[in-house]
Design a protein around this ligand. Structure first.
Ligand SMILES: NC(=O)c1ccc[n+]([C@@H]2O[C@H](COP(=O)([O-])OP(=O)(O)OC[C@H]3O[C@@H](n4cnc5c(N)ncnc54)[C@H](OP(=O)(O)O)[C@@H]3O)[C@@H](O)[C@H]2O)c1
Length: 268
C-alpha cells in the first residue's frame, strides 16, 4: 500500500476544520502531520478534539507547521490569513486545498502564478458539499438557456466576507457560460448604483447579512412571464463538507495551477 498522504490543516480547531480533522483521522490513506490555530498553539490537536488518533501539534502559524514535510496543505482559516498561508505552502512544496472564502479573482491569479512556478496545484472550493456542487451545475445549465440571471447570497450577521465563497464561485461559473443580460445598463440606473449589487464575472451579486440566516445561495433566472430559482441551503453541521474536502485532498496532485470547484476532480 502507498504511504499515507501527509496533510497540514490550517484552521483545524475551527467549526469546519475540526470536522475535517476528524474525517482525516478516520481515513486510512492520509495522516495529519500538523495543525494551525493561534489560540491553542502548543497543544496536541487530539486532546482538543477528543480524538486520540490526531497526535499532531497545533502551531501558531502556517510557517511553523510547514517546517514538517507534507504533501497537501489545507487552508480553512479566515480571508485575512488565507493568501499568505497558501503562498507559504506552495513555496514549501505542498499542493493546496482551499476551503476558506473571501479570496478575490486577483488573489487567485497571483496564487496561480506561484503554483505554476513551484509546479504545484491549488484546488479552491467555495463549497465542498455535494448538494452545493449540484446547485452550481444546474445553474450553469440554466444559464445556457436563459439570458437574465443574478445571484443572491444569505449569511449570518457575523460573516466577514461578502460575497460568500459559494457565490463567488457561482459567478465564475455562470460568467464562463456568458455575462448576464442587463436591459438597463448599470451606468443608466437612476438611484444608487449599489442597489443593483456588485458585478462579479459579468453577473450581479447581492449579499444579505442578518441574524436568523445560515449560509444560502440562490441563482435566480428570469424569462418573459416565468422565473426559475435554484437555491442551496447549508444546515448547522459541518459534516456535509468533509467528504468533498477529503476527495479534494486525495486528487489535488492530479492538477496543475489553480482550479476552482470540487467537480474538477469528481467523476461524471
Ligand atoms: N468551502 C467550504 O465548503 C466551506 C465550508 C465551511 C466554511 N468555509 C469557510 O472556511 C473558513 C473557516 O470557517 P469556520 O466557520 O470554520 O471558521 P472558524 O470556526 O472561525 O475557524 C477558523 C479557524 O482558523 C483559525 N485561524 C483564524 N485566523 C487565523 C490566523 N490568522 N492564523 C492562524 N489560524 C487562524 C482559528 O483558530 P484561532 O482563531 O485560534 O487562530 C480556527 O481554527 C471561512 O472562510 C468559511 O467561510 C468553507
Amino acid at each position: 500500500m502507498a504511504e499515507p498522504l501527509r496533510v497540514i490543516l490550517a484552521g483545524a480547531t475551527g467549526w469546519a476544520g475540526s470536522a475535517l480533522a476528524r474525517g482525516i483521522a478516520a481515513a486510512a490513506d492520509m495522516r495529519l502531520v500538523g495543525a494551525v490555530g493561534r489560540s491553542h498553539a502548543g497543544r496536541r490537536l487530539g486532546d482538543l478534539l477528543g480524538e486520540p488518533r490526531l497526535d499532531c501539534p497545533v502551531h501558531a502559524s502556517a510557517a511553523d507547521a510547514l517546517a514538517a514535510p507534507a504533501d497537501v496543505f489545507v487552508e480553512y482559516t479566515k480571508p485575512d490569513s488565507a493568501k499568505a498561508n497558501i503562498l507559504a505552502a506552495l513555496a514549501a512544496g505542498c499542493h493546496v486545498v482551499v476551503g476558506t472564502s473571501g479570496l478575490t479573482d486577483a488573489d487567485y491569479a497571483q496564487i496561480d502564478a506561484a503554483a505554476r512556478q513551484h509546479q504545484r496545484a491549488v484546488l479552491a472550493c467555495g463549497n465542498f458539499a455535494i448538494t452545493a456542487v449540484l446547485m452550481m451545475k444546474f445553474a450553469e445549465t440554466a444559464a445556457r438557456y436563459l439570458d437574465h440571471f443574478e445571484i443572491v447570497d444569505y449569511a449570518h450577521e457575523t460573516k466577514v466576507d461578502a460575497p460568500s465563497g459559494t457565490a463567488r464561485e457561482l459567478s465564475v461559473r455562470l460568467g464562463r457560460v456568458k455575462p448576464a443580460k442587463l436591459d438597463v445598463p448599470l451606468g443608466e440606473v437612476r438611484g444608487p448604483r449599489e442597489a443593483r449589487g456588485a458585478t462579479l464575472n459579468g453577473v450581479q451579486v447581492h449579499s444579505v447579512r442578518a441574524p436568523g440566516y445560515m449560509i444560502s445561495v440562490e441563482a435566480i433566472f428570469g424569462g418573459r412571464g416565468e422565473r426559475l430559482q435554484i437555491r442551496h441551503d447549508s444546515g448547522e453541521s459541518a459534516e456535509p463538507y468533509v467528504g468533498g474536502a477529503l476527495l479534494a485532498i486525495r486528487r489535488v496532485h492530479t492538477l496543475a495551477g489553480v482550479h476552482r470547484g470540487l467537480d474538477t476532480v469528481m467523476k461524471g
